[in-house]
Design a protein around this ligand. Structure first.
Ligand SMILES: [Fe+2]
Length: 192
C-alpha cells in the first residue's frame, strides 16, 4: 500500500488513504504514542469542539508529512531533525483538500512558535520532545514574525490545531478508529 496520489475515484482514494495511514502510523511519534494514535487523538479533540469538517481533517492529517518523509527515508530519528514535515504535508494535502485543510497543516509549526512567543505558560506545558523540536523549528518569533503569522488567513485555525496537537499524546487513550473520519475526508476532498 502506497500513499494515494490520484483521487479520480474519491471513495477509493479515501479508503486507500486511511489504510496507508494505519499501515505507516505504527511508528512512534514520540515516547508516548504512535503516529496513528497521535493523528486519531488530534482528530477526536477537533471533532469534540464541533468545528468545521476541514479542521477535523486538518487535525487528522496534520503530521502526514512525517509519514511521507519517513516513507522515503525510513528515518527513525525524525524528531531530531527539522525535516519541514509541515511543508511536505501541506503540499500533498493542498492538492486534494485545498487551503482550509493544507494551510493549518503548513502553519501548525509556526503556530507553536507564536504560542510560545505570546504565552509564557504555554512553553512550560510542552512535552520534552516538543520543546526540542521548537528549538529546531526556529525558537521565539520576532514581533515582525508574529505579526506576519497573525495576518495569515488560517492562523486562528492553525492555533486551534496546535492546541489539539499538544494534547494528542495520551498513552492508551481510547478514541474512534480512522474509519470514523471517512465521511469528513470525502466531504473535504475537492480535486478528482
Ligand atoms: Fe502533531
Amino acid at each position: 500500500m502506497n500513499l494515494p496520489h490520484n483521487a479520480t475515484n474519491p471513495e477509493k482514494f479515501v479508503a486507500d488513504l486511511c489504510a496507508w495511514i494505519e499501515q505507516e502510523g505504527v511508528s512512534y511519534y514520540d515516547e508516548t504514542v504512535t503516529q496513528l494514535d497521535h493523528a486519531l487523538q488530534s482528530a477526536y479533540l477537533a471533532a469534540q469542539e464541533s468545528v468545521e469538517r476541514s479542521q477535523v481533517v486538518a487535525a487528522l492529517l496534520h503530521d502526514i508529512g512525517h509519514l511521507i518523509i519517513d516513507e522515503h527515508s525510513r528515518r527513525e530519528d525524525f524528531l531530531s531533525h527539522d525535516a519541514f514535515h509541515e511543508k511536505a504535508g501541506c503540499l500533498w494535502a493542498n492538492r486534494f483538500f485545498g487551503d482550509p485543510v493544507s494551510e493549518p497543516i503548513r502553519l501548525h509549526v509556526p503556530a507553536k512558535r507564536w504560542l510560545c512567543t505570546t504565552d509564557d505558560a504555554y512553553y512550560e506545558r510542552l512535552s520534552d520532545s516538543s520543546k526540542h523540536s521548537f528549538t529546531l523549528q526556529g525558537g521565539m518569533m520576532s514581533s515582525k514574525e508574529a505579526a506576519a503569522f497573525e495576518a495569515e488567513p488560517f492562523s486562528k485555525e492553525a492555533v486551534k490545531l496546535r492546541l489539539w496537537d499538544d494534547k494528542a499524546k495520551v498513552t492508551n487513550k481510547k478514541v474512534p478508529a480512522i474509519i470514523a473520519y471517512q465521511s469528513d475526508l470525502l466531504a473535504c476532498l475537492h480535486v478528482v
